[in-house]
Design a protein around this ligand. Structure first.
Ligand code: BGC
Length: 246
């Protein structure tokens, strides 16, 4: 079965058709820049353009960078505040003229990693962390997702952790990999003391530079880099839609 997967991010809206049985993208990825202010209607119309590029008619899954409860956006750490309270599922379904199923971006990336990537066959507690503009988390117990964990926003040194240890913070503050890894380590150490995961999967944009910061991470918990890199968001979004159709 093919489902169109869409990854709605702070800088780009990316999509591709996905074979949800194999986790493979069956067509070329198409990306358009996210509109600057990223207001709901603007994002919906850019997403519709991405969908039209594939002349898609059928179910669509979308990963969104916020808490999404029953289709409704609840938070807006790195997106326009106007999203809070919006039923993203109805808005995007109407704009795209297709049924769209929406979930948190880290959660859907986690679904893809657990099925086809670094989390394959992993039992116990797995915590996937996506590190980009924000820090997203996906918590799995024996392969079952606990949705909408927001462990990027725990407080560290009196600050929202994501403001210190995201990739955006590394770039904004021009931190060396070593200094930034120290901050990330502090964040992950806190999480391992609270959740006692068996495995951390580190994904998001920085995962392709893992050799630059992995040597500085000192954790009790085993940690690996995500395997699907920037495909996880698209593949996982399609997989999420499949679970909703079932
Ligand atoms: C948001 C999360 C999201 C993460 C990654 C955070 O700021 O609160 O919901 O998963 O960024 O995009």
């Amino acid at each position: 079965m093919e489902i169109l997967g869409i990854d709605i991010g702070g800088t780009g809206i990316k999509g591709a058709p996905v074979n949800v049985e194999t986790g493979e993208m069956t067509g070329e990825r198409y990306r358009l820049p996210t509109p600057v202010e990223a207001r709901p209607e603007d994002v919906a119309s850019v997403m519709a353009e991405v969908v039209n590029q594939f002349a898609w008619q059928g179910p669509i899954g979308a990963g969104f960078p916020a808490v999404v409860q029953n289709g409704i956006v609840r938070t807006a750490a790195n997106i326009d505040q106007g999203w809070i309270g919006i039923n993203a599922q109805s808005l995007l379904s109407d704009a795209c003229h297709c049924p769209v199923f929406v979930a948190n971006d880290a959660d859907v990336a986690g679904l893809a990693e657990m099925a086809f990537g670094a989390g394959r066959g992993q039992n116990g507690v797995v915590l996937m962390i996506t590190i980009g503009t924000g820090i997203g988390t996906a918590l799995f117990s024996n392969g079952v997702l606990v949705p909408n964990t927001e462990l990027g926003h725990i407080e560290i040194r009196g600050k929202d952790a994501e403001r210190r240890s995201s990739d955006a913070a590394r770039q904004r503050k021009e931190l060396s990999w070593k200094d930034w890894a120290g901050r990330l380590n502090e964040h992950l150490e806190r999480l391992e003391n609270l959740f006692w995961p068996d495995l951390f999967i580190l994904g998001g944009g920085v995962s392709k530079s893992s050799e630059k910061f992995f040597p500085y991470l000192k954790l009790r918990t085993r940690f690996v880099t995500a395997e699907l890199l920037n495909q996880a968001g698209i593949v996982g979004a399609a997989m999420y839609a499949k679970t909703r159709l079932a």
